[in-house]
Design a protein around this ligand. Structure first.
Ligand SMILES: *Cc1c(COP(=O)(O)O)cnc(C)c1O
Length: 388
């Protein structure tokens, strides 16, 4: 762990002297804050984003997390929300208006796609989805009313990368706001703002918390952009993070570097062990020797994470037998926690009705590698593969 990272996680923003020497920050479990004079009250109302007045706007426990996450992303400021989906929605709604156009990577997280295609389309926002591996696809989708470009690198389920420096340059040339969902890489492995991206969003439910016990989201960026989110959708829609969940996040964050290192090493070992297995058609693991985008991964990422997917060489019944035989992986959604998970794509379709234009292979199983022993997980996968 580098010194700067260790300082941010352990010391930045902690005012222990003001809290009777408490090593762990208190939870300010209060919905509002009182003042002794009208003058003080007036001063608090004047800057609700930065002053404890009402917990939907500012709360000291949430604010400590805000300071740390902004620093981890190298951002001027950050804003915490009740989930990653709320964070992405607030960032988009703050920057895109009626009649404007968004260019998105073609396979973003499900509810990001729903936000754009189902919800914002009702308010006159149009979205083009592009193959994010090629900058030319973004160029080709550009329209006079394009306002925002939204990427997610590595991308959900199959982990394709998008070139952050090239996309930031494209956005700058055309006056667009760029947003990167950085949940998979985490701020430890990728810093989109350093490549010129305007906004970074996370599902903090995943690696940042890491304990599968709280939902949270964050957007990081320049002070004016965060203020724009605060004054608009954030306060109006009210998806604030609760002080108690912020406290859980602060606790989870203390061990982020250790957790991520263990999961990444275990995932690399598992990916290597499964590569070339007769029951596996393809292993999806960014940065691996077989990854056609490994040069880009080396250029914009500092390391891997605990996420990989495997495409089973078999049919849906074989995938089900494989998953049902796993003893050390839980069958569940989400990812990034202490426990290893398996999520088969086939679980999302009833009666084997796969859409013909599905972008994700139907026999794909996404694995989130947790904190268990890598060898135990590897042996479990190998024994379950015998059932395919
Ligand atoms: C889970 C996830 C989200 C949504 O976050 P929630 O905290 O579940 O609302 C957004 N982006 C990615 C890549 C995710 O995996």
């Amino acid at each position: 762990m580098n010194a700067q990272l260790s300082w941010i996680i352990n010391h930045l923003g902690e005012d222990r002297a003001a809290q009777r020497g408490a090593v762990v920050p208190p939870i300010y479990q209060t919905s509002m804050f009182c003042y002794r004079s009208v003058a003080e009250l007036r001063a608090a109302v004047a800057d609700e984003q930065n002053t404890p007045f009402y917990t939907r706007g500012n709360n000291p426990t949430v604010d400590l997390l805000r300071v740390k996450l902004a620093a981890l992303e190298g951002a001027e400021d950050a804003i915490l929300l009740a989930s990653g989906s709320a964070a992405i929605a607030a960032a988009v709604i703050a920057h895109v208006g009626q009649g404007e156009h968004v260019i998105s990577v073609r396979k973003p997280y499900t509810w990001t796609r729903n936000l754009l295609s189902e919800l914002l389309s009702r308010f006159g926002v149009e979205t083009s989805y592009v193959d994010g591996r090629e900058l030319a696809a973004f160029e080709a989708a550009l329209k006079p009313n394009t306002r925002m470009v939204l990427v997610e690198t590595p991308n959900s389920m199959t982990f394709e990368l998008q070139d952050l420096a090239a996309i930031a340059d494209f956005a700058r040339r055309h006056g667009l706001v760029s947003l990167c969902d950085n949940s998979y890489a985490s701020p430890l492995n990728q810093s989109p703002l350093a490549f010129g991206i305007d906004l970074v969003a996370h599902s903090a439910t995943k690696y940042l918390n890491g304990h599968s016990d709280a939902l949270a989201g964050v957007v990081c960026g320049r002070r004016e952009a965060i203020r724009r989110i605060f004054r608009g959708p954030y306060m109006a829609l009210g998806a604030a993070l609760s002080p108690h969940d912020a406290w859980l996040l602060l606790r989870g964050l203390r061990t982020l570097p250790l957790r991520l290192r263990h999961s990444a090493e275990a995932a690399a070992r598992i990916a290597a062990a499964l590569e070339g297995h007769p029951k596996i058609r393809k292993v999806y693991f960014p940065g691996s020797a077989n990854d056609p985008q490994r040069e880009l991964a080396a250029r914009q990422m500092r390391g891997g994470s605990g996420m990989l997917s495997i495409e089973i060489d078999g049919d849906a019944a074989g995938v089900e037998r494989f998953c049902d035989a796993l003893e050390h992986f839980l069958l569940a959604c989400s990812w990034g926690g202490h426990e290893s998970l398996a999520l088969p794509v086939c679980a999302f379709y009833q009666g084997g009705n796969y859409p013909a234009d599905a972008l994700v292979p139907q026999t794909l199983v996404r694995l989130s590698i947790g904190l268990e022993d890598a060898e135990v997980l590897c042996q479990d996968l190998l024994q379950a593969l015998e059932r395919v």
